[in-house]
Design a protein around this ligand. Structure first.
Ligand code: AMP
Length: 192
């Protein structure tokens, strides 16, 4: 059974939607760092006040802060999980490798949702989140290309990367994701 998953992909690829569906289907804890940060901002906590401007610009909040959010929740959790929006850069991926080693819960798959850039911009601009204005969308895509996309190579080198075509309806992509994970369980790796 695949129980420890990182979902990767550019903003607008469907990580949140597909992550939620997969987590529900397989009874995994769904940890979305973006959702957790937005919740802090909405509740106007001191953490929320610290990160509000960063989210509004489309930049990344500090690695230590995000690691604390994730590690607190993973440490107390013995069952499966799905990380969405973390790791976002090499330092975070290294911190995660170390954390998972410490808690003896090694990652099983890094699932990359692939969607072309024109489609991403279209999806993001129609979504209406407060960080979805055109300038911020472009900034977030730029941050993704510079900092997050190189993680594919990190996970490929560990034999953990699995790519899934993220184009199509929510249901179509969800079926593809499940089939790819099932193949993994049968020992057949669908790599990129
Ligand atoms: P997301 O919902 O994953 O698109 O994240 C929305 C915003 O939250 C990002 O643009 C960042 O400002 C912040 N964020 C989410 N996850 C992380 C992370 N792992 N590291 C740094 N910033 C993050």
């Amino acid at each position: 059974m695949t129980e420890r998953v990182v979902i990767l992909g550019p903003p607008g690829a469907g990580k949140g939607t597909q992550g939620q569906l997969l987590a529900t289907a397989r009874n995994l804890l769904h940890l979305s760092t973006g959702d957790l940060l937005r919740r802090e901002v909405a509740a106007e906590t001191s953490l929320g006040q610290q990160v509000k401007a960063v989210l509004e610009r489309g930049d990344l909040v500090s690695d230590d802060l995000v690691l604390a959010i994730v590690s607190n929740r993973l440490r107390g959790h013995g069952n499966g999980w799905l990380l969405d929006g973390f790791p976002r850069n090499f330092p975070q991926a290294t911190m995660l490798d170390k954390l998972l080693g410490d808690i003896k819960q090694p990652l099983q798959v890094a699932l990359q949702l692939q969607v072309p850039e024109e489609e991403l911009v279209k999806r993001l601009l129609s979504r209406g989140r407060s960080d979805d204005s055109e300038a911020v969308v472009r900034r977030r895509l730029q941050v993704y290309i510079q900092q997050t996309e190189p993680l594919n190579a990190h996970y490929q080198a560990q034999g953990l990367l699995m790519c899934v075509d993220g184009l199509g309806s929510v249901e179509t992509v969800a079926t593809r994701v499940c089939e790819s994970l099932d193949q993994l369980q049968n020992g057949k790796h669908t790599v990129c």
